[in-house]
Write a protein that binds this ligand. Structure first.
Ligand SMILES: *[C@@H]1O[C@H](CO)[C@@H](O)[C@H](O)[C@H]1NC(C)=O
Ligand SMILES: *[C@@H]1O[C@H](CO)[C@@H](O)[C@H](O)[C@H]1NC(C)=O
Length: 210
């Protein structure tokens, strides 16, 4: 016959095993979905005060020029019909000359899918994306080159937080390897974007043949 304390012990062991099984199960099942967020992903999201934002202010596809913002930052936009756009102005150390930061401007757009497992696949229109790399020391601007880079976000979520003295929504995305992207604040809803269809044939083709 079991004593009172060993009976309690048995119950505790069973409870622990059951809880562990339960949490393993829920963890495996708990794929985050957009339904868990206070609002959906549609809109323009920007870091900081939003000086880098997608749309015509950042990149002009007609004459293919970047309008270099005053400060670095990142911006992503998403539409409800599966289009995305990105504007990045990032600084990286020049490996050959560590004291000279390199400025990199990237613009691209395309289509995106929100996958069953909570990840995001961002597919660019090949031929539309552009980048500009500037070296901070030589002040020599490289010319604008093509940039086509698919992006895969392992996961993302949206939360509400105080931002510049008022309530705002931020988007947290995690890159393919789990690296968190900086928080991006909802700045425009509906999003501020360039035309969401492929521009290479329409705009560039038109410009080249005019
Ligand atoms: C490109 O077009 C924009 C908008 O019309 C204009 O503000 C800008 O000066 C142009 N840049 C060049 C290099 O022509
Ligand atoms: C999540 O889904 C995407 C698209 O189907 C797939 O490419 C990716 O490998 C999946 N990730 C994991 C961890 O299963």
């Amino acid at each position: 016959m079991l004593s009172q304390s060993s009976r309690i012990q048995t119950i505790l062991v069973i409870a622990t095993v059951w809880l562990a099984t339960f949490f393993t199960f829920t963890k495996a099942q708990a794929v985050r979905t957009q339904a868990d967020d206070p609002i959906n992903i549609v809109g323009t999201w920007t870091t900081g005060s939003g000086q880098v934002a997608t749309g015509l202010n950042f990149f002009n596809p007609l004459n293919q020029t970047f309008n270099v913002p005053k400060v670095g930052g990142q911006s992503y936009s998403f539409t409800s019909d599966g289009h995305w756009e990105q504007a990045l102005f990032i600084f990286t150390a020049d490996p050959a000359n560590p004291n000279c930061a390199q400025a990199q401007l990237i613009w691209q757009h395309g289509t995106f899918t929100m996958n069953q497992n909570g990840s995001l696949s961002l597919t660019p229109y090949i031929g539309d994306g552009r980048q500009l790399i500037q070296n901070g020391c030589t002040q020599v601007s490289s010319s604008i080159t093509s940039y086509d880079q698919a992006e895969y976000m392992q996961s993302f979520y949206i939360r509400q937080e105080w931002h510049f003295g008022s309530g705002g929504y931020y988007l947290q995305m995690y890159e393919f390897d789990g690296t968190p992207k900086p928080w991006m604040w909802l700045t425009y809803k509906p999003p501020q974007m360039l035309p969401t269809q492929q521009l290479k044939q329409t705009v560039y083709g038109h410009v080249n043949h005019s």
